[in-house]
Design a binder for this molecule. Structure first.
Ligand code: S3P
Length: 200
């Protein structure tokens, strides 16, 4: 866990076509905070597109850059963070994510294909987009579920509706956490010295 106290308010995970980047931007503007996207962090740091990195250096090289970008964003970003769809493949990244408030934006095959588009420029979808997405969804579902504390189903919904559901889930979790902290604080006070009388 980061010792600085800086952490994203929420991290969005999920497959390509789940709407992570759009929803992160919407949520961030509603909360008056910043949104960040690890694909963009990698592209900015490298000065080239994700597709170019896949083609020039291969997927493994991209995954290392991505894992470093996620780790850096988790310790330095206070707003809403969207991480690339494959980031959860990395064991260390999954380990780090478990220390954060993570929401899984789930999407079924047909909505994912519609949103990504059959002519997608995404490097992992070259060839048969539908078949590739189907395989990725099936393979990665357990990893998304393992790191997330809440799931928002995005099928048939627009970004505004998804953002509202994420907002409600996060705010409910924050309220529960605050109530728990207050209760723990009260219990500690009641167990200590109060008005000169030691309580046990
Ligand atoms: C990938 C998802 C992409 C991007 C890269 C690989 C994946 O990000 O990181 O093309 O493996 O699912 P988005 O999920 O933001 O599209």
């Amino acid at each position: 866990m980061s010792g600085s106290g800086i952490r994203p308010r929420v991290v969005l995970v999920g497959p390509m076509g789940a709407g992570k980047t759009t929803v992160a931007q919407l949520l961030a503007s509603q909360w008056g905070t910043a949104s960040r996207d690890t694909d963009m962090d990698v592209e900015t740091a490298q000065g080239r597109s994700v597709s170019d990195i896949f083609v020039d250096d291969g997927e493994d090289a991209f995954r290392s850059l991505e894992a470093a970008a996620v780790a850096e964003a988790l310790r330095s970003h206070r707003g809403v963070l969207a991480v690339g769809g494959g980031a959860v493949l990395d064991r260390e990244t999954r380990h780090l994510l478990r220390e954060h408030r993570v929401v899984f934006l789930s999407v079924g095959l047909s909505d994912a294909v519609k949103r990504v588009g059959l002519g997608s420029a995404r490097p992992l979808l070259l060839g048969n987009v539908r078949a590739q997405i189907k395989t990725l969804l099936e393979q990665r579902l357990p990893a998304y579920q393992a790191v997330a504390s809440a799931t928002v189903v995005t099928d048939g919904k627009g970004p505004e509706e998804v953002a509202r559901e994420v907002r409600e889930a996060v705010q409910a979790a924050e309220a529960a956490q605050a109530a728990e902290a207050a209760e723990a604080g009260g219990a500690a006070e009641a167990g200590g010295t109060c008005g000169g009388v030691e309580r046990r």
